[in-house]
Write a protein that binds this ligand. Structure first.
Ligand SMILES: [Zn+2]
Length: 253
C-alpha cells in the first residue's frame, strides 16, 4: 500500500548493505521507522529530505511489517540549526527526548505542531536556548499528560500554603507537612526545596506558546535547579535517562 505523510526526521541509522533507517515523527502515523537506500550525500531531492532537522513530505510503501521510502520532498529545512553548534546541541537534545517520550505508531498532532514550532523558534533565536528547551519539555509533558502536578500538594491536595517543595517520586509539588512525612519514610526521598517560584514558572511554560519565550531567559541558578529536578523526574516517571545529547545540560547534573 502506498501512502504519504508530512513528517519530521528524528534520527537516521545505517543498517546492513548500505541501507539506512530513518526514524520519522509523522503527522499521520506518529513515530515510525522507514527503510531507505537513499543516502543524504546524494544529489537527488529525496536525499536532502532524509537529513535530521528536516520537515518533509514522505511517500511510503507500507509492507506487512515495515515502511519503505519511495520518494521524499523537503518542506522546511532548518539549516540555521545545523550551522550553529549551540542550536544543534539544543535541537539534538529535543529530538532525542521526543523520540523517548513518544509512543510508537500513535499520531500526536499537538506534539508534532509543538516540535515544528520549536525548530522555527530555535532557528531564529539569538541565545540562551536552554530556556526554550525547558519550555518545550514542559509543554510536551503536558500534551502527553505527564506534566508534574503544580496545583496543590500532590499528596494531600492542600492548596493553602506557598508550595516550594518538589517531590520527584510523588510527581509534583508537596506541602511542608507531607514533605516531613516522606522524609521519615524514605532515606533518599528525592525532594527538592526551591527558592524560586517554581509553580509560577511551570505554570507559565504550560500556558504560553513557544513564541512567548523569544525574549525570555531564566536566571542561570533557576535554570540549573529546574534542569536537575526535571532530569530526575524524566528518569523516574518516563524512564528517560542517559540521553546521548544530554551534554547539552550543564555538568554535575
Ligand atoms: Zn500535603
Amino acid at each position: 500500500m502506498v501512502t504519504d505523510t508530512e513528517a519530521i526526521v528524528l534520527r537516521q541509522t545505517r543498517t546492513v548493505g548500505g541501507r539506512r533507517m530513518i526514524l520519522l515523527f509523522s503527522r499521520k502515523f506518529g513515530k515510525i521507522s522507514v527503510g531507505t537506500s537513499l543516502n543524504e550525500g546524494g544529489k537527488n531531492k529525496s536525499a536532502l529530505a532524509v537529513r535530521p532537522f528536516t520537515n518533509g513530505r514522505y511517500e511510503l510503501f507500507k509492507g506487512r511489517e515495515s515502511y519503505n521510502l519511495n520518494h521524499a520532498q523537503v518542506l522546511q529545512s532548518f539549516y540555521g540549526i545545523g550551522e550553529d553548534l549551540d542550536k544543534y546541541m539544543a535541537a539534538s537534545y529535543v529530538l532525542e527526548l521526543t523520540e523517548k517520550i513518544l509512543p510508537d505508531e500513535m499520531p500526536q498532532m499537538k506534539l508534532y505542531n509543538l516540535l515544528l514550532e520549536f525548530m522555527e523558534e530555535l532557528e531564529n533565536r539569538g541565545k540562551k536556548h536552554e530556556t526554550l528547551v525547558m519550555a518545550y519539555m514542559i509543554k510536551a509533558l503536558d500534551i502527553l499528560g505527564s506534566m508534574p502536578q503544580i496545583r496543590g500538594c500532590v499528596c494531600c491536595g492542600s492548596t493553602e500554603e506557598h508550595l516550594n517543595l518538589f517531590s520527584v517520586k510523588e510527581g509534583g509539588m508537596i506541602c511542608r507537612k507531607c514533605g516531613e512525612n516522606l522524609k521519615e519514610e524514605d532515606s533518599r526521598p528525592l525532594i527538592y526545596e526551591t527558592n524560586f517560584a517554581i509553580v509560577d514558572i511551570l505554570g507559565y511554560f504550560q500556558k504560553h506558546p513557544l513564541s512567548a519565550f523569544r525574549k525570555l531567559a531564566l536566571e542561570e541558578k533557576t535554570l540549573e535547579k529546574l534542569q536537575k529536578i526535571m532530569k530526575q523526574y524524566l528518569a523516574y516517571h518516563l524512564d528517560v535517562k542517559e540521553l546521548k545529547s544530554e551534554g547539552f545540560f550543564r555538568d554535575g547534573l
